[in-house]
Design a protein around this ligand. Structure first.
Ligand code: NAD
Ligand code: UDP
Ligand code: UDP
Length: 317
């Protein structure tokens, strides 16, 4: 239902992806006019097909590494593959998307004097040496490893955002997103939650990389989208970076066991080798988000997994 707001023209890059499509839904339901720009590299039309008939929604197939001349009031820059298998498939393109894509979107924002939000990542902390991670931590990142195209690409994007802020007075927002999961993840996305659920539903072995003692903190998509919208709505003086994620931490083995239990699967756990530079621990300190956005996640892992399992059941069977 349309709420009583001023209709803004909002650009969502990567809008046909997992997070982007949920963000388009939310912005449309808030009464805005949404331009989704996506090259459909990891995103799909399936994610947004329910929006195509909406006159306030538009899909533009475009690669953000190329200049883009459109007229909008606000920009959410989400374009970038997020799953390690996909961002490592063409690492040079990943860095280009992060860096050239950010330069183009910042140039666009500068010409339009539009507010712009960057979907950054907990990967800027690399394999962190402090725990949980606070925004003032500079990170522990390998510049030449197989994850570097993404980690360093996203770090450089943050640098560009802050230089456009300092040099051109641009109105920027930087959100550091921690592992987020939920409906519309692609079954071949490759990230842990979707892999485990798909494997469990098919009674295939669950692929735990390494010993499974590494930890992650999983945020359900609805909570994350609420945080992004709140971040975009903060006053000019607040640029972030701000950590957005769920601070409840689990080991990967605990996640595997939970998924097996919740799906009633006969799958067994299969331990495989740990990918290079796989972070050992990850947990956001969200004090800043609590204070500045009045936000914290409200959906538990159990509740979120239930919704995600139902989604994959419908998709696969
Ligand atoms: P996703 O892969 O589902 O979505 C990314 C979208 O960007 C896809 O639709 C893809 O086709 C599009 N895209 C990629 N390169 C592009 C290019 N050059 N030009 C135009 N479009 C392009 O991933 P997601 O999980 O929805 O992630 C969205 C954003 O959030 C990414 O920037 C990601 O780095 C960030 N993020 C996500 C998570 C998470 O856990 N989901 C965590 C941290 C950061
Ligand atoms: N750009 C764009 N759309 C615009 C304005 C700029 O895609 O509406 C791109 C343009 O290709 C440029 C980049 O953004 O290379 C950076 O723009 P900026 O104005 O900051 O720098 P300059 O044009 O001086 O390189
Ligand atoms: N992982 C796993 N099995 C899988 C996929 C991932 O054990 O099938 C592990 C991976 O090694 C990492 C964690 O789960 O330690 C999260 O991986 P993901 O690719 O989802 O995101 P990351 O946080 O590493 O970017």
């Amino acid at each position: 239902m349309m709420k009583n707001t001023i209709r803004k023209k909002i650009l969502v890059t990567g809008g046909a992806g997992f997070l982007g499509s949920h963000l388009c839904d939310r912005l449309l339901s808030d009464g805005h006019d949404v331009l989704c720009v996506d090259n459909l590299y990891t995103g799909t039309k399936d994610n947004i097909k329910h929006l195509i008939a909406n006159p306030f929604f538009e899909l533009m197939r475009h690669d953000v590494t190329m200049p883009l001349y459109v007229e909008v009031d606000e920009i959410y820059n989400l374009a970038c593959p997020a799953s390690p298998i996909h961002y490592q498939h063409d690492p040079v393109q990943t860095t280009k998307t992060c860096v050239h894509g950010s330069i183009n979107m910042l140039g666009l924002a500068k010409r339009l004097n539009a507010r712009i939000l960057q979907a950054s990542t907990s990967e800027v902390y690399g394999d962190p040496r402090i725990h949980p991670q606070t925004e003032d931590y500079w990170g522990h990142v390998n510049p030449i490893g197989s994850r570097s195209c993404y980690d360093e690409g996203k770090r450089c994007a943050e640098t560009l955002f802050f230089d456009y802020y300092r040099q051109h007075n641009l109105d920027i927002k930087v959100a550091r997103i921690f592992n987020t999961y939920g409906t519309r993840m692609h079954p071949n996305d490759g990230r842990v939650v979707s892999n485990f659920i798909v494997q469990a539903l098919k009674n295939q072995s669950i692929t735990v990389y390494g010993s499974g003692e590494q930890t992650r903190s999983f945020c359900y998509v609805d909570d994350l989208i609420e945080a992004l919208v709140r971040m975009m709505g903060t006053g000019n003086s607040f640029t972030g970076p701000v950590n957005l994620g769920n601070p409840v931490e689990f080991t990967i083995l605990e996640l595997a066991e939970k998924v097996i239990e919740m799906t009633g699967s006969s799958s067994k756990i299969n331990f495989e080798s740990l990918p290079q530079d796989d972070p050992i621990q990850r947990q956001p300190d969200i004090s800043l988000a609590r204070e500045r956005l009045g936000w914290e996640p409200s959906i538990s892992l159990e509740q979120g997994l239930k919704k995600t399992i139902t989604y994959f059941e419908q998709l696969l069977f």
